[in-house]
Ligand binder design. Structure first.
Ligand SMILES: C[S@@+](CC[C@H](N)C(=O)[O-])C[C@H]1O[C@@H](n2cnc3c(N)ncnc32)[C@H](O)[C@@H]1O
Length: 266
């Protein structure tokens, strides 16, 4: 039987141990991982080493011991490297945005509950984003999520879009607060859908400027902790009417989530 060509292109495989810890923390907080008896989580485009897939698998199993992790890579040798560390809950497959599952142990048409695609689309062009999102989202089970974004080499600055089968829902930034000068530093690591829109007049620009202003406003709190300063800044943004997801526990992690509509490019 002829196998279909994976959708996408091979790109640089740069990755790092623990680079995606901020995203893993968000992934494992999603209800679907707990509610689903046997959730299938995909790490799409895991890179030159399978380390981020191994880490996500371990973290997912802490919240649901039955979680299955599938690392999908478009580059053959990287898949071979993954297969060396495969287990009965950690699988690897050659593929692209069509998100194939290895058969066995999965059925070919089986849907997935969560796809994490990190530092993958940043190496594509902006017009390719919508199609890649749609194809990945078509693989989601009801209630399933796609988390697509970008971070720096060591995972101190990260941002991502969370989508369901209806499209993008929220935009999240996650920053190491200690030593942070201005939150808009994350502009260097925006998802492809936003990075070219951080310009005056665009919503993402307005949003990052508002976060910087709120961060500056609460600079006296830095003497207590960067976390207190960030939580106060988040409260200010809520008071200003930004459609922020109010969750102090996540704010203390340096995370902030807003409705996609508030930052969506014009
Ligand atoms: C920069 S690495 C990112 C590694 C890891 N996700 C991280 O954030 O550290 C990007 C990887 O995505 C893979 N890739 C690019 N397009 C892909 C696609 N359509 N499907 C699956 N993998 C893809 C590349 O081959 C590369 O190994």
């Amino acid at each position: 039987m002829a196998t279909k060509k994976p959708v996408g292109t091979v790109t640089r495989g740069t990755t790092n141990p623990n680079r995606l810890r901020r995203i893993d923390r968000f992934v494992v907080a999603q209800r679907i991982l707990r509610d689903e008896p046997t959730p299938i989580v995909v790490d799409l485009g895991y890179g030159a080493s399978p380390i981020t897939a191994v880490e996500l698998s371990a973290r997912a199993r802490l919240v649901n011991p039955a979680a299955q992790l599938v690392g999908v890579e478009i580059e053959r040798e990287r898949v071979a490297r993954g297969l060396e560390v495969a287990t009965d809950q950690l699988h690897f497959a050659l593929g692209g945005f069509e998100v194939p599952l290895p058969n066995p142990p999965f059925a070919s048409e089986q849907k997935v509950h969560l796809i994490r695609a990190f530092n993958v689309l940043r190496q594509y062009s902006e017009p390719e984003v919508a199609g890649a999102w749609a194809l990945m989202c078509s693989r989601l089970a009801p209630g399933g999520l796609l988390i697509e974004g970008t971070c720096d080499e060591i995972g101190r600055l990260a941002s991502w879009v969370t989508l369901n089968s209806d499209g993008p829902q929220t935009f999240t930034i996650s920053l190491r607060l200690n030593g942070l000068e201005l939150p808009s530093k994350v502009a260097e690591r925006l998802p492809k859908a936003l990075i070219h829109h951080n310009l005056p007049g665009e919503s993402i620009h307005k949003y990052l400027q508002a976060i910087d202003a709120a961060w500056r406003l609460h600079s006296p709190l830095a003497t207590f902790s960067a976390q207190q300063r960030w939580v106060a800044a988040c409260d200010t943004l809520v008071a200003q009417g930004w459609p922020i997801v109010v969750d102090r526990k996540r704010w203390r992690l340096g995370e902030l989530t807003v409705a996609w509509a508030a930052v969506e490019p014009k």
